[in-house]
Structures are given as structure tokens and as C-alpha cells.
Design a binder for this molecule. Structure first.
Ligand SMILES: *[C@@H]1O[C@H](CO)[C@@H](O)[C@H](O)[C@H]1NC(C)=O
Ligand SMILES: *[C@@H]1O[C@H](CO)[C@@H](O)[C@H](O)[C@H]1NC(C)=O
Ligand SMILES: *[C@@H]1O[C@H](CO)[C@@H](O)[C@H](O)[C@H]1NC(C)=O
Ligand SMILES: *[C@@H]1O[C@H](CO)[C@@H](O)[C@H](O)[C@H]1NC(C)=O
Ligand SMILES: *[C@@H]1O[C@H](CO)[C@@H](O)[C@H](O)[C@H]1NC(C)=O
Ligand SMILES: *[C@@H]1O[C@H](CO)[C@@H](O)[C@H](O)[C@H]1NC(C)=O
Ligand SMILES: *[C@@H]1O[C@H](CO)[C@@H](O)[C@H](O)[C@H]1NC(C)=O
Ligand SMILES: *[C@@H]1O[C@H](CO)[C@@H](O)[C@H](O)[C@H]1NC(C)=O
Ligand SMILES: *[C@@H]1O[C@H](CO)[C@@H](O)[C@H](O)[C@H]1NC(C)=O
Ligand SMILES: *[C@@H]1O[C@H](CO)[C@@H](O)[C@H](O)[C@H]1NC(C)=O
Ligand SMILES: *[C@@H]1O[C@H](CO)[C@@H](O)[C@H](O)[C@H]1NC(C)=O
Ligand SMILES: *[C@@H]1O[C@H](CO)[C@@H](O)[C@H](O)[C@H]1NC(C)=O
Length: 335
């Protein structure tokens, strides 16, 4: 007696929930994918290599160049779009946000222009977004934060402006955040301390200001920290020197000051590159650097380091570049 009403209730709540959760996208189909790709092609203004000539009505879209369909349960849905180095010119169609099964987008090394469509924020399965080396303008859309599966975000080598959205800090699956070589301004947001999977943080060659937030010290998986050629000021939070996984520590050409900690070579034992040149660092060069046995490059030039150059650098077998000019150093015995 109880079963039919229960089932009915389950049925109606399913309908209700699915319309809430999936909204209009519940009706998205392989036909939506086809139309979205066609609109993407439609907005391309130059295709000198005829890369999109296979995107025609005689060929199924799953066989179009650069398009990958996949999945056992949805074999005719687009899961990847890879058109690297095809000399394509034009904006990205907002219809890309309707390719709801997309996991990977790689449009690197083209001349795509205009804004990064905020509709990409609808791609809730997206894991890789690689748009490097194009001419995208405008701001990084905060809507990308809705792509909660995002692991790799490469937006380097574009003309992006504005601040990095604070909301990006919620992308806890992000392993690489690569935003270098743009015209980004604003501060490094403390919310990046929440990017607990992050291994690469690359913000070099922008116009980022302010101090380095202490919260970056929470990024225990970080191996590459690249902040060079910005306008970052203040001192380096001591917590950063505790991130023992760091291989590359690059803060060159900024407005940083303070000392390097005496035990840096012990707390950063895996360090391979230390770039701190072109800042206002003072104090001695830590003798302990010789304990980071993998070091191959040390650039401390154009600062105000003083004292003597540690003679035991000779024990760093792999050291191939040591740049110390533009300081107040003496070569010789430790004083
Ligand atoms: C799905 O969308 C198509 C095209 O927009 C429309 O013709 C069709 O009626 C829709 N189907 C349902 C079940 O809503
Ligand atoms: C779209 O999917 C339906 C069933 O899911 C299938 O019958 C149809 O052939 C597909 N069309 C294309 C163009 O892949
Ligand atoms: C569609 O693209 C395929 C693959 O490039 C090509 O062989 C075919 O001739 C094209 N068809 C039309 C009508 O352009
Ligand atoms: C896209 O294709 C290029 C060239 O085949 C490859 O190097 C790159 O890794 C691919 N991108 C992704 C995200 O798979
Ligand atoms: C796809 O996206 C575009 C632009 O965001 C929108 O206008 C269109 O209605 C969407 N839906 C379908 C089914 O193509
Ligand atoms: C982009 O071009 C550069 C230089 O030719 C190359 O090293 C890089 O692998 C290319 N990237 C992709 C994703 O194709
Ligand atoms: C950018 O892409 C172009 C091709 O579009 C390539 O020639 C160039 O080497 C790439 N630059 C970098 C830095 O990857
Ligand atoms: C961007 O995200 C907001 C909510 O954060 C949403 O209301 C809006 O529709 C999104 N824009 C697009 C184009 O999906
Ligand atoms: C980090 O995440 C926690 C909870 O997930 C949140 O309360 C906090 O505001 C976030 N911190 C920053 C700096 O965004
Ligand atoms: C660095 O780690 C050591 C040992 O775990 C700890 O004693 C010290 O307080 C940490 N320093 C900072 C600034 O977090
Ligand atoms: C140091 O100064 C020299 C001469 O002004 C300059 O060529 C070099 O690029 C500077 N290097 C750094 C790391 O600041
Ligand atoms: C650091 O290196 C020095 C020699 O340069 C050595 O005497 C010392 O034991 C090393 N310390 C550690 C903790 O490995």
C-alpha cells in the first residue's frame, strides 16, 4: 500500500531536483555539441592551415580535427578540444560553454583574441584549460571558479589585465596555476593559500603589487614559485622557507627586502634554482646554501648583500651559474 505513493514521491522529487541541479542543460545533447562547435568555427576569422576544413556536414563531429569524443556512457559527446599551433585567429565563441562534457581545452600557440568567455564557467567537468600564447584580452573571468575539477590553468603569454580573482582560491584540485607574461595587476590574493594541491605557481612578468601573503606558506606541495618581474614588495614570509618541496624559488626583479634565513639550505633541501636578483635584500649570503646539493643556479645580483662569499659553494657539484655582482661582498674567508 505504501509503495506507490513513495515511488511517486521519489519520481516527483527526482524531477524537481534534476531541474534544479541541471536546469536547461538537462536537454543538452550531441546535437548541442555539434552546434557549439559550428559556432566556434563560425567566429574564427582566419584559418590559414585549413585546420577546420574537416569541420563540415559530411563528417561526424567526433572525427573533426582537434575534437575528441569519449566516454563509455556518452560516446558521442565532446570531451577534448585541442587545436594547438594552428595559427587560428578570432574570438572564442561563448557557445563553448555548452560543450558540457569537455574535460580538456588546449588552444595554445594560436592568435585567439577577445575575452576568455565567462561561459567556460559552465564546464563543470573541465580539468585542463590551456590558453597560453594567444592574444586574449580583458580580465580572468571569476566564473572559471565554477570549474571545480580544474587541475591545470595555463593562461600565460596573453594580454590579460586586472586582478587575479580571489575566487580562484577555491579550486582545490588545481595543481598548476600559470598566469605569467600578462598585464595583471593587484595583489597576490591570500586565498591562494587554499590551493592545497598546487605544485606550480607561476605569476612572473606581470605588474602584481603588494606583499607576498603568509598564506602561501600553506602550499606544502609547491615545487615552483615564480613571482619574478613584478612589483612585489615587503619581506618574504618565513613560512615559505619551510616548503621543503620547493625546487625553484624565483622572486627576481621585484621590490623585496630583508635577509635570507641562515638555514635556507637546510629547510629547502631540494632547491635547484634560487633567483632573488634585482631586489633590496641585505645581510649575509647563507653558508647553508651549500647544503642544498641540487642547486645549479644562484642569482643574488643587484641587491645589498654584504659579508663574504661562502667558500664552501665549491661543494655544490652541479652549480653552473653563480651571479653575485652588484652587491657589497668580499671574496675570501668568512669573517
Ligand atoms: C530539447 O531541445 C530541443 C531544441 O532546443 C527542443 O526542440 C526539444 O523540444 C527539447 N526537448 C525537451 C524534452 O525539452
Ligand atoms: C546523437 O545521439 C543519439 C542517441 O543518443 C544518436 O541516435 C544519434 O545518432 C547521435 N547523433 C550524432 C550526430 O552523433
Ligand atoms: C569534409 O571534410 C573531410 C575531411 O577533411 C573531407 O574529406 C570532405 O571532402 C569534406 N566535405 C566537404 C563537403 O567539404
Ligand atoms: C594537445 O596536442 C598537442 C600536440 O599534439 C600536445 O602536445 C598537447 O599535450 C595536447 N594538449 C592536451 C591538453 O592534451
Ligand atoms: C549555448 O550557448 C549560447 C551562448 O552562450 C546560447 O545562446 C545558447 O542558447 C546555448 N544553448 C544551446 C542549446 O545551444
Ligand atoms: C608552443 O610553441 C612552443 C614554441 O614553438 C613549443 O615549445 C610548445 O611546445 C608549444 N606548445 C604547445 C602546447 O603546442
Ligand atoms: C607562440 O606560438 C607561435 C605560433 O603561433 C610560435 O611560433 C611561438 O614560438 C610561440 N611562442 C611561445 C613562447 O611558445
Ligand atoms: C557566471 O557566474 C554567475 C554566478 O557566479 C552566474 O550567475 C552567471 O550566469 C555566470 N555567467 C555565465 C555566462 O555562465
Ligand atoms: C580558505 O578556505 C576556508 C574554508 O574552506 C575559508 O573559510 C577561508 O576564507 C579561505 N581563505 C581565504 C584566504 O580565502
Ligand atoms: C618551520 O618549521 C619548523 C619545523 O617544523 C617550525 O619549528 C617553525 O616554526 C616553522 N617556521 C615557520 C615560520 O612556520
Ligand atoms: C643587474 O644589473 C645589471 C646592470 O645594470 C643588469 O644588466 C642585470 O640584468 C641586472 N640583473 C638583475 C638580476 O637584476
Ligand atoms: C651542511 O654542509 C656542511 C659543509 O658545507 C656540513 O659540514 C654540514 O654537516 C651540512 N649540514 C647538514 C645538516 O647536512
Amino acid at each position: 500500500m505504501d509503495l506507490p505513493p513513495m515511488n511517486l514521491w521519489a519520481f516527483w522529487s527526482f524531477l524537481f531536483l534534476s531541474s534544479c541541479l541541471f536546469g536547461s542543460s538537462a536537454n543538452f545533447s550531441n546535437e548541442t555539441d555539434r552546434l557549439s562547435l559550428l559556432n566556434f568555427k563560425h567566429l574564427i576569422t582566419e584559418d590559414p592551415l585549413n585546420s577546420l576544413s574537416s569541420w563540415n556536414h559530411t563528417l561526424h563531429f567526433c572525427h573533426w580535427q582537434g575534437v575528441t569524443c569519449g566516454g563509455r556512457r556518452h560516446p558521442q559527446r565532446v570531451t577534448a578540444l585541442n587545436l594547438t599551433g594552428q595559427k587560428l585567429v578570432g574570438p572564442i565563441s561563448p557557445f563553448i560553454g555548452n560543450l558540457s562534457f569537455l574535460r580538456r581545452i588546449d588552444l595554445s600557440n594560436n592568435s585567439f583574441s577577445g575575452p576568455i568567455p565567462e561561459e567556460m564557467g559552465r564546464l563543470f567537468r573541465l580539468q585542463y584549460l590551456m590558453l597560453r600564447n594567444n592574444t586574449f584580452t580583458g580580465e580572468i573571468p571569476a566564473n572559471l571558479t565554477r570549474c571545480s575539477e580544474l587541475q591545470l590553468l595555463y593562461l600565460n603569454g596573453n594580454q590579460l589585465i586586472g586582478s587575479i580573482p580571489t575566487e580562484l582560491g577555491s579550486l582545490t584540485k588545481l595543481t598548476r596555476l600559470i598566469l605569467g607574461l600578462n598585464s595583471l595587476t593587484g595583489n597576490i590574493t591570500p586565498s591562494f593559500g587554499n590551493l592545497s594541491s598546487l605544485t606550480y605557481l607561476y605569476l612572473s612578468i606581470n605588474s602584481i603589487k603588494g606583499s607576498i601573503p603568509d598564506e602561501l606558506g600553506q602550499l606544502v606541495r609547491l615545487s615552483i614559485l615564480a613571482l619574478s618581474q613584478n612589483e612585489v614588495s615587503g619581506t618574504i614570509p618565513p613560512q615559505l622557507y619551510n616548503l621543503s618541496s620547493i625546487l625553484l624559488f624565483d622572486v627576481g626583479f621585484n621590490r623585496l627586502h630583508g635577509n635570507l634565513p641562515p638555514n635556507i639550505g637546510l629547510t629547502l633541501p631540494n632547491l635547484q634554482g634560487l633567483y632573488a636578483g634585482g631586489n633590496q635584500f641585505t645581510g649575509p649570503i647563507p653558508v647553508s646554501l651549500s647544503n642544498a646539493s641540487g642547486l645549479f643556479l644562484i642569482d643574488l645580483s643587484n641587491n645589498s648583500f654584504s659579508g663574504s662569499v661562502p667558500l664552501n659553494f665549491g661543494s655544490l657539484k652541479g652549480l653552473s651559474r653563480l651571479r653575485l655582482w652588484g652587491n657589497e661582498l668580499r671574496i675570501g674567508q668568512r669573517s
